[in-house]
Design a binder for this molecule. Structure first.
Ligand code: UDP
Ligand code: MG
Length: 141
């Protein structure tokens, strides 16, 4: 499977705090090319479907409430080894554990309000990208 694309969402905390521009700049400065980009807001139905893998976790309801609480920015990003390199760029789920200079280290405030999503596998990157974008919304070059 191709390993050159990943999917991200700038989460409601980062968007409402005005960090979208700084985060996108850090992403592009790190060698990722934006091939799809959208400002949107998740409905409860869409948020539950997106995070279905976590539906039995204790934090699920809190996660859904947070993810629908305001606008998000969804994007598909292109780079060699995209999924792994992007997870490195965003840092650990808990910002207290996120390495210095990572997006979560710089912009996240808690384990739940952690600023940004990054796909965890090539398979999920494809599924999550298709969840948010039609083929004609993605740059082909
Ligand atoms: N999350 C949370 N509490 C937890 C674990 C996760 O609120 O104990 C939230 C957090 O926003 C996280 C998302 O659920 O980004 C998805 O969790 P996952 O373990 O997939 O972390 P990620 O892949 O985003 O690092
Ligand atoms: Mg995850």
């Amino acid at each position: 499977m191709d390993n050159n694309r990943t999917f991200t969402m700038i989460k409601p905390d980062a968007f409402s705090e005005g960090n979208t521009g700084a985060i996108l700049q850090k992403i592009t400065n790190s060698g990722f090319k934006i091939v799809a980009l959208k400002l949107t807001q998740l409905t409860p139905e869409k948020a539950k479907a997106f995070y279905a893998v976590h539906k039995d976790k204790p934090f699920f309801e809190n996660l859904i409430n947070f993810m629908v609480s305001g606008p998000i920015v969804a994007a598909i990003l292109e780079k060699k080894n995209a999924v792994e390199d992007f997870r490195t760029l965003i840092g650990a789920t808990n910002p207290e554990d996120a390495a210095e200079g990572t997006i979560r280290n710089l912009f996240a405030s808690s384990m739940s309000k952690n600023a940004i999503h990054g796909s965890d596998s090539d398979e999920n990157a494809a599924i999550e990208g298709a969840f948010h974008f039609n083929e004609n919304e993605i740059l082909n070059h």
